[in-house]
Write a protein of this length. Structure first.
Length: 423
């Protein structure tokens, strides 16, 4: 900038004193004109950096991905070529999936077995329900038999009492000779027969009660427990899926993910920087082996290192301009996207040692610069600046006077044209 001011100063002197000779050199002008030069340069040094900050170290940055496999193993195939455009989703390289494919096959077999277990559990539940229904039906039959036995006992008891009364009457009549002994014997036989029937009915009732008690105490609770166990086994579910199947399916999903993840694909449009990855190389778990640079349109920024004394007026949305050494004579419009109001030099690591002011903050004691993030605007169609391209950038806050903005624009354009020269 000082060179520009000096050149303009010499040109004006040449026009006034030598070209048009509007003024004649004298001691007053010879003293005044250098004073004007000093004043102009002083104004530039004091005000230009304050109102129009200038970054002498700016560069293009974007997302950079460290491509690493989820699980270690041997590289089977490398598809990517260095510095060759790659579309999102295209293969970069593939790990050997043999081990994980075997695990997946085993998990799929376990899933099939789990589905078969579900069918067996359903059959067991059906059988348990049928068995429970059978003992319940048997209980009803025994209850009915018990009622029938009680009725038979009641009937036989009444008949026995009638027969006994009849025998007593026959025996009294036989004493007086009013009835034959044969009739008495037949009546006695009838009493004995009915007594035997009553005893048989009571024994049958006792057996029925024993069978019913056995059902209620043993068979029915056992059948209910078997049915409940079968029901729990069959209806055990997680999120509506049978437990056995859900567990096996989880293993299948796990190993399917691992198998799919053995093929590493491009996360975005971009390219792979120079790499040494070759088939047969053994890679550890999550070891980065390939650097992938994003090249999606609009997903790149300019990071400028701006002196702190010029940052107090910079705000998000301020306009700016950028020149890149890779593109001499080109000036790119820019907009401030963000200001990183923090510096690594100001970070203090917790330690048991007392602070050493000579080295505190990385030796810079807080740092002298802030980083400003800017986005490029109105780029030529199809033009994408290369990642890592460096240059300079200027920021024009809203409060900056127009003449200072003009001087800064002249300076950045001169720097851009000077980029044609080897330095």
């Amino acid at each position: 900038m000082e060179l520009i001011i000096t050149a303009i100063y010499i040109w004006i002197i040449w026009l006034i004193w030598y070209k048009f000779k509007w003024l004649k050199p004298n001691i007053v002008w010879k003293v005044s004109w250098p004073s004007l030069l000093v004043a102009a340069i002083s104004l530039e040094l004091i005000c230009l950096g304050q109102f129009c900050p200038y970054s002498e170290k700016s560069f293009i940055t974007t997302y950079v991905y460290q491509m690493a496999p989820e699980y270690g193993g041997m590289v089977k195939e490398v598809y990517a070529k260095p510095n060759t455009p790659i579309k999102k989703g295209e293969k970069l390289y593939q790990m050997d999936p043999t081990q994980w494919q075997a695990e997946l096959d085993g998990a799929e077999a376990s899933l099939a077995a789990a589905k078969q277990v579900v069918k067996e559990n359903k059959a067991a539940l059906d059988a348990a329900e049928a068995a429970l229904l059978g003992v319940k039906q048997q209980e009803k039959v025994l209850d009915a038999n018990l009622v029938e036995d009680a009725a038979d006992i009641q009937r036989l008891t009444a008949e026995l009492k009638t027969a006994q009364l009849e025998l007593s009457q026959y025996q009294d009549a036989a004493k007086n000779g009013g009835i034959s002994k044969l009739t008495v014997e037949r009546s006695k036989e009838k009493v004995d027969s009915q007594t035997a029937e009553l005893q048989s009915a009571e024994a049958k009732k006792t057996l029925t009660m024993a069978q019913l008690t056995q059902l209620k105490v043993g068979s029915i609770p056992q059948a209910e427990a078997t049915r409940e166990k079968a029901d729990l086994a069959y209806n055990s579910k997680i999120n509506g899926e049978f437990t056995e199947v859900a567990q096996a399916q989880a293993q299948v999903d796990k190993y399917q993910y691992i198998v799919d993840d053995t093929t590493i694909v491009a996360p975005t449009d971009g390219y792979v920087v120079d790499m040494d990855l070759q088939p047969g190389v053994e890679i550890r778990l999550k070891q980065g082996v390939m650097t992938f640079v994003n090249s999606e349109p609009g997903e790149y920024w300019v990071i400028g290192r701006v002196p702190q004394f010029g940052m107090q007026r910079v705000q998000k949305g301020d306009t700016g301009e950028v020149m890149l050494k890779l593109y001499p004579s080109m000036i790119f419009e820019a907009e401030v996207l963000d200001v990183i109001w923090a510096t690594g030099e100001a970070q203090i690591t917790p330690t048991a040692n007392l602070p050493d002011l000579a080295s505190l903050g990385g030796g810079e004691f807080g740092g002298s610069f802030y980083a400003v993030k800017m986005g490029l605007k109105n780029l030529p169609e199809g033009f994408t600046p290369h990642f890592g391209a460096s240059g300079r950038s200027a920021i024009y806050p809203e409060s900056a006077p127009a003449f200072l903005v003009l001087l800064r624009k002249l300076e950045i354009r001169m720097d851009s044209w000077v980029s044609y020269l080897y330095r």
